[in-house]
Design a protein. Structure first.
Length: 231
C-alpha cells in the first residue's frame, strides 16, 4: 500500500514498472476506484488469508490442502493490492489527505492476520504466531519512527514485508501441494510442524531487520546532523 506524500519514501518494487501492472493501474484509475479502496481490499484479502490458513487446524483431507492454497493465493492478492494502490495514487495523481493512514494501518492488520493465522494453522503455534505478528510490527514501527525523526524510509530486510509474505506463501504452496509424507518427514526431523519453523524464522529475521534498520537510521540521522539537515 504505497501512496506516501514523498515518492522517495516508496518501497522499491521492481514489478511497478511491468507493463501489465501499469496497464491494470491505469484501468482501475479510469474506473473511478480509489487507492484507499484498494488498500482496504488488500486488508480484506490479508484477513481472509489468515482465516484460510487457520482453518487447516480443524479440517481434514483435501480441505486442509485447499486452506493452505487459498491462503497462499490470498496473500498474493494482498500484495497485488499493495502494488496497485500506490501506482494509482502516485502515477495516477490520486493521492488523498488520509492516504498515509490507508498506507500503513491496513498493512499492519494484514500482517498480523496472516502470521497469527499461521500460528493457529495445523502444525503451528499460537504463541509463535503472536510473536511473529509483534516482531513484524516492530520492523514497521522502527521504519516509521525513523521517518518521524527525519530519516528516509528504510525498507531493508532480511525480513521486510515482502520477505515475510514470500515465506508464508511458500509454506502454503508446499503444504497444499507436497505429498503428506514430506510434511511428516520434516516434522519428524524438526520436532515441530513446518508452520512453527516458519514463524520462528519470521521472528528471528524480523528482530534482525529491526536492529539493522535502527543502525542504518541512526547513521543517517548523524550524517544529517553533520550536514545541518533538519527533520
Amino acid at each position: 500500500m504505497q501512496h506516501p506524500d514523498n515518492i522517495s519514501d516508496r518501497r522499491p518494487i521492481a514489478a511497478r514498472s511491468w507493463p501489465v501492472w501499469t496497464a491494470a493501474a491505469r484501468r482501475l484509475a479510469l474506473s473511478g476506484i480509489t487507492p484507499n479502496q484498494i488498500s482496504v481490499a488488500g486488508m480484506v484479502a490479508g484477513v481472509l488469508a489468515g482465516a484460510a490458513l487457520a482453518s487447516t487446524a480443524w479440517t481434514d483431507g483435501n480441505w486442509i490442502r485447499s486452506g493452505w492454497l487459498a491462503g497462499a493465493v490470498l496473500i498474493q492478492l494482498r500484495l497485488l493490492a499493495n502494488l496497485l494502490d500506490g501506482m494509482i495514487a502516485v502515477e495516477g495523481g490520486m493521492r488523498s489527505a488520509v492516504g498515509e493512514l490507508y498506507n500503513e494501518v491496513p498493512d499492519r492488520v494484514s500482517d498480523s492476520a496472516v502470521l497469527m493465522g499461521v500460528g493457529w494453522a495445523a502444525g503451528g503455534d499460537p504463541l509463535l504466531g503472536l510473536g511473529a505478528a509483534l516482531a513484524a510490527m516492530l520492523t514497521a514501527y522502527v521504519r516509521a519512527m525513523g521517518k518521524a525523526a527525519g530519516a528516509k524510509m528504510d525498507f531493508c530486510g532480511p525480513m521486510a514485508k515482502q520477505h515475510r509474505m514470500a515465506l508464508v506463501t511458500g509454506l502454503g504452496l508446499f503444504s497444499g501441494l507436497a505429498p503428506a509424507a514430506w510434511n511428516g518427514a520434516l516434522t519428524a526431523w524438526a520436532g515441530v510442524g513446518l508452520p512453527a519453523v516458519v514463524l520462528s524464522v519470521v521472528i528471528a529475521g524480523s528482530i534482525w531487520t529491526a536492529c539493522r534498520r535502527l543502525g542504518r537510521i541512526a547513521r543517517q540521522l548523524r550524517e544529517n546532523t553533520k550536514q545541518g539537515v533538519g527533520p
